[in-house]
Each structure stands twice: as C-alpha cells, then as structure tokens.
Write a protein that binds this ligand. Sequence first.
Ligand code: NAD
Length: 260
Amino acid sequence: MSEAVPHLSRSMQGRVVFITGAASGIGEASAHVFAREGARVALSDLDGAGAQAVASAIRAEGGDAKAYALDVTDPAAIKVVIEQAAGDFGGIDCLVNNAGAARLTALDAPEFDDVWQWQLDVLLTAHQRTLRAALPFLRRSDAARVVNIASTEALGATARNSAYVAAKHGVAGFTKAMAVDLGKEGITVNAICPGPVLTGLTRKIPENDRATFAHRRTALRRYGMPVELAHMILSLCLPAASFVTGAVIPVDGGLTARNA
Ligand code: NAD
C-alpha cells in the first residue's frame, strides 16, 4: 500500500449503532443494512413490539441486535434507554436520529398549536435530547458519527405542512450547529434529506397519487426504497467518512435537482 495514501476503514464490523424509529421504514431498513455490514444494532421505537420483531429478524439472519421501547418525546426515557443500550453493547459509536411522524394541518385549524408542538417534539427536540444522552459514549468512540434524518421539507415546503417543514428545517440547522460544536472532538454530524420513500409514512397515500407525484417531481420518476436511504446513512457512519460533517444531503431521486 502507498504510504502517500493512508488506509481508512470502510468496515462497520463491531461498531455499535443506536437507531430511533427502527420498527418500520427507513429505520428498519437501516437496522438490517448496518447488521449485514457487521455492526451491532441497538434499535428503538415507540412501537416496542415492532422493534422486537425487527431485532428478531436481524438475529435470525445471524446479526447482532437488541430492541428497546422508546418514545423520543420522553426525555427521561431517552436517557435511561440510551444508557441501558450503551451498557448492553459496551458503548455507542453511531447515533441515527430517524423516528418521525407527520400530520398535515391548515394554519387556521383549531388543533394547529397542538400539532405544531408535537411535530417539533418528535422531529426536532428529540434529536438534541438523544444526542446529549449519547454524547458521553460517542466521546469514547474512535470514529463517532451522528446522522439526522431530515427531509426535502428541510429545503423547501409543501402546502399545509408548516409544522413538519419548520421542524425539518430545524434539523438541518441543528445538524450544522452540532457539526461546528463537536468538530474539535472529531465527532461528525450530518443530515440526509429523503425525498419520497415508500414507508409507513407514505403508504396511506393512494398508489396512483404516489406514482403521479414521483413521475412529475423526481428525476428518477419513482419513489425510493427504504434500503436506498439506509445505504446513504451507513456511508456517513463509516470510519472512512471522517471529513464529512455539517452536510445536509438530499437523497431524493433528484427531486431538488429537477425544475420541470
Ligand atoms: P415510518 O412510519 O415507516 O417509520 C417511522 C417510525 O418512527 C415508526 O416505526 C414509528 O413507530 C416511529 N415513531 C413515530 N413516533 C415516534 C416516537 N414519538 N418515538 C419513537 N418512535 C416513533 O416512516 P419513515 O418514512 O421510515 O420515517 C423515518 C424518517 O424519515 C422520519 O423522520 C421521516 O420524517 C423521514 N422522512 C420520510 C420520508 C418518506 O417519504 N417516507 C421523506 C422524508 C423524510
């Protein structure tokens, strides 16, 4: 090997990854993809039984996974569960802030304030709470990585979605702020912005509407599969991804690139 080009590892073997919202969609696919690459996966979800089922499926494939019931809007539970997972696995190298839910609401709807607060709690406040809880463990890792799941709604806006849009723009800002604060410790913090992906979140949209939207808006003319997002998340968690931080990366089939 050339001395001028040092080796940087593309192996996730033995690295411990904590994922929120891992019972479904992008989080579930990520748990599988990380485990297939040899990572040890602590997966959590509001749906504890769903998380257990994903962990069992990963173990059945020969992977190392353990499930935890966790509502990311509960600050006390976040601390308890992250400390428990770090104890069970002997540390945490990577944190994937993925849990999310969405509800469209018009500005003048009576429930607007409640929806606003809930969206900020689930989609944004949770990210700082999990990061602060995981920080003591990330600091002990030799290649600590944080990946926040934002959205193309962090770069633009869809009608009647202001709470979600504001929260996801907040995720982009928080990602940059944390990259700056933690950079001197070598901890990288990045965000991905998924475009339309077929998951629990989008499955309720009628298939015809999904196809029309994807055809009109994305360069690839289709919805993404959760596993395609999972591979981008994994790439940002590699030890070799050591000079990428504060990046807010569209993974959207070309939605943000396409004008017409
Ligand atoms: P999904 O519904 O398939 O999965 C989301 C998971 O989060 C579910 O298992 C759910 O139980 C969990 N969750 C919801 N509220 C929670 C809470 N309070 N505490 C813990 N877990 C909770 O949806 P998905 O599309 O895989 O969503 C994953 C992330 O991707 C979300 O942050 C979402 O905003 C983002 N995203 C999705 C799309 C898309 O098109 N699917 C596009 C852009 C961004």
